[in-house]
Design a binder for this molecule. Structure first.
Ligand SMILES: [Zn+2]
Length: 241
């Protein structure tokens, strides 16, 4: 459970080379243009997944009111994995949506009375069928970690991205969830290279004694193995696991 209070290309170089072009220089200019196109293409590919604000392509956008700005100059260099289900242990309905959008009806379930009014969110939620929802763009601070510490640094919300898997500590997560998690982790790591593999942590690790998620049901070995596998096909197709 999550609830918590709390090299650029210089186009001028190509243009000026073209302006000076003479027959002897044609090859060099063409070479430069081809290289520039290749690099621009690569950058476009890297940036296509995640826009400037940090919205992930392919995720359903649900802007949460429970977010704010990160401290100025913060480098995003931690990924936190959680699980959540509402009511606990149930995987139907859109109650997590309601919680993250600060509109959970306290009368809808006895448990909701305890947590309605908590201002919480995560950047991403991966539902049981692999559906991906985004509540907070990555450049903003989501309220997912609460009181927490990673490598002697407190307030992990400041510098982390939080991903919630719909689930519980003890029920296995689905193939579709692993596939989606690996896919979006790769996209996030390409965009935020400060998040290295050893800077991916469970909520329990950064809030020991207070949190247990994602719990023993989460297969870290499977996740890390898929992350290291070459090529996207492995990540996207859970049958390849
Ligand atoms: Zn959590």
């Amino acid at each position: 459970m999550n609830p918590d209070e709390d090299a650029a290309i210089d186009p001028c170089a190509v243009a000026s080379a073209m302006a000076r072009s003479s027959p002897a220089r044609i090859d060099a200019v063409e070479h430069a243009r081809t290289n520039a196109r290749a690099v621009v293409g690569e950058l476009a590919d890297v940036n296509a997944d995640i826009d400037e604000e940090g919205w992930l392509a392919g995720a359903e956008r649900r802007p949460s009111p429970s977010q704010d700005a990160r401290p100025p100059g913060t480098q995003i260099d931690l990924l936190v994995i959680h699980n959540i289900s509402l009511p606990p242990g149930e995987f139907s309905g859109d109650w997590i949506d309601d919680l993250f959008l600060d509109r959970l009806d306290p009368a809808a379930h006895p448990y909701f009375r305890e947590i309605a009014g908590l201002r919480v969110s995560a950047h991403l939620l991966i539902r049981r069928n692999g559906r991906l929802l985004q509540y907070v763009p990555f450049e903003q601070r989501a309220w997912h970690a609460g009181v927490s510490r990673f490598a002697e640094r407190e307030r992990c919300n400041d510098f982390s991205i939080g991903i919630e898997l719909e689930g519980t500590d003890d029920i296995p997560f689905t193939d579709a969830q692993y596939a989606r998690l690996v896919q979006c982790t790769r996209q996030i790591l390409r965009r935020y290279p400060g998040i290295t593999e050893d800077r991916i942590a469970g909520h329990a690790e950064i809030a020991p004694g207070r949190k247990t998620d994602p719990g023993p049901a989460f297969d870290w070995n499977r996740y890390r193995r898929s992350m290291r596998a070459e090529g996207r096909a492995v990540a996207l197709d859970p049958l390849q696991e």
